[in-house]
Design a protein around this ligand. Sequence first.
Ligand code: SF4
Ligand code: SF4
Length: 169
Amino acid sequence: MVNNQYYFDAYFEFVRYADQKISEIEKKHTDKLSCAKGCCSCCEETSVLPIEFFSIVNALKENGLKIQPGSKSCSMLRRSLCQIYEFRPLICRTHGLPLAYSEDDDPLMKNISFCELNFKKKIPKFTKNNVLDMDELNLELVTLNENFIRSFDGELPERMELKNIVNYL
Ligand code: SF4
Ligand code: SF4
């Protein structure tokens, strides 16, 4: 088990910052979002960066939380609820919102994506003020991850499957 509280603390500070940004964008679209507890069509088995993986493992251990066998769509999903909700990774925190990503061949051109269950009546005009800039958040997350990997004593894969969290608890 990795024991590096400094990186876990830095990661969860980043998560708090990301949650703030997410909340700001949510407020701009409150009446158009269908996202609610128990709605889990967006949940699917996913992999995360090592810093996310081990921060989640560490937080679950600290809080004495166990994972029960989950659903086919995501091993963390049980009875339509996320078993790691408080500690879920960035990608899950942003589910459903209008997200802006740069295109690989043109970093100035942003793609916007959002859950098709949201904005069902009318798709608003998206501008940089009402979408979540994922490039900014991902850059910060990748930097945290690189620092963590450098400090890690041993080899780590680029990404780690969330379903393997149970093996570390
Ligand atoms: S980790 Fe939780 S929020 Fe993320 S896909 Fe799985 S069940 Fe859904
Ligand atoms: S993103 Fe879509 S599927 Fe996921 S909770 Fe929101 S409305 Fe439901």
